[in-house]
Design a protein around this ligand. Structure first.
Ligand SMILES: [Ca+2]
Ligand SMILES: [Ca+2]
Length: 352
């Protein structure tokens, strides 16, 4: 798969325009359309910060087990299915929210990757428009069919506080997943809490929700075709019918949890894992796999290595992406923040 950055058409200065066009279409006004959501204490009523205290606040324990990682029946990069044994671990019930990330930044004065100056000498291949702090946003194409693939735009000044650039904000979205965070930002947050980021194996095991066998069930739609996760219904990138109630991100916990009590593993935002990305898996059985070694990656000069992201996002539709299954995977450049990528954390403490 080609680097994500290649799809980004530089569009510095467009942020404020798109912010007013898109943020005005708030998801909250549509919140009663779908009966598959609404968990007391989550979704609309959730403050964005877990009510418990302690090192595993907001987390669920996933017991040790064995599962079939990957899939033979879907995308080529998911092959081969292989047996994986996992130790037990804790994982966040929800994607990390804006309110949680704000607490971290206020406590540490952390500056995210998308807010830092960029040294042109270290990125001689980047267009000059991308050499200013900013991040990548989905912008619906103007054409009726969007066939040129230019629905990503690099927006100067876009970051986690103002996801669509100057003039936008996260006010009222305290319980939405934080977005526009690069891998190092997610890792810094996790370390602050004494945690880490999930390996792909941990994430995929948890996302299955204790279901056995080949990853062949629908995690985005129920048996009647009703959405059970925040994805894109309609025709990407030009028609979003919002059958699930949400045009962009939803507050965390608005859809039914999986068998482990985890919300939005599928959909809402893609989630960083700590594994470096290569297409495909080895056939050999593994225990607590951590992905390929960095030195084994084949990275062209000037290219940025990618991590595995999982679960699909509010932009994944049946006609495009469609990677809303536990075994589905995609590369994301390590240092590229985007409006459809967030994360959750894990803790290695063994027992509940
Ligand atoms: Ca949606
Ligand atoms: Ca997710």
């Amino acid at each position: 798969m080609a680097p994500f950055r290649r799809f980004v058409s530089a569009s510095v200065g467009a942020g404020a325009v798109f912010a007013s066009a898109l943020i005005g279409v708030s998801a909250t006004g549509l919140a009663n359309k779908n009966e598959s959501r609404l968990e007391v204490g989550s979704c609309a009523a959730y403050s964005g910060v877990p009510s418990e205290d302690g090192e595993t606040a907001g987390m669920k324990f996933i017991p040790a087990g064995t599962f079939a990682m990957g899939s033979e029946r879907h995308q080529p990069e998911e092959r081969f299915t292989h047996v994986v044994r996992m130790e037990g671990f804790w994982i966040d019930r929800h994607e990390v929210t804006n309110a949680q990330f704000k607490k971290f930044v206020e406590a540490t004065d952390y500056v995210t990757v998308a807010e830092r100056p960029i040294d042109p000498k270290t990125h001689p291949d980047w267009p000059k428009e991308m050499l200013v702090p900013g991040s990548v946003a989905f912008v619906p194409p103007k054409g009726a069919r969007g066939e040129d693939g230019r629905w990503w735009q690099y927006i100067a000044g876009a970051n986690w506080r103002q996801p669509r650039g100057p003039g936008s904000s996260i006010a009222g979205k305290e319980n939405h997943p934080v977005v526009n965070v690069a891998y190092d930002d997610a890792l810094a947050y996790a370390k602050w809490l004494g945690r880490s980021l999930p390996t792909e194996g941990q994430w995929e095991f948890a996302a299955r929700g204790d279901r056995e066998g080949e990853d062949d069930w629908s995690s985005a739609f129920d048996s009647e075709g009703k959405p059970i996760a925040n994805t894109w219904q309609g025709i990407f990138p030009v028609l979003n019918t919002k059958d699930d109630g949400y045009l962009e991100t939803a507050p965390v916990g608005c859809f039914a949890p999986n068998g482990y009590g985890l919300y939005d593993m599928i959909g809402n935002v893609w989630e960083w894992t700590s594994d470096w990305y290569v297409s495909g898996h080895a056939k050999a059985a593994a225990t607590n796999p951590k992905g390929p070694e960095f030195v084994s990656l084949r990275i062209a000069p000037g290219q940025t290595p990618s991590r595995v992201i999982k679960g699909g996002s509010h932009l994944c539709s049946m006609n495009y992406c469609s990677r809303f299954r536990p075994a589905a995977r995609q590369p994301q450049e390590n240092d590229l923040a985007a409006t459809h990528v967030g994360f959750r954390t894990v803790h290695s403490k063994s027992n509940p």
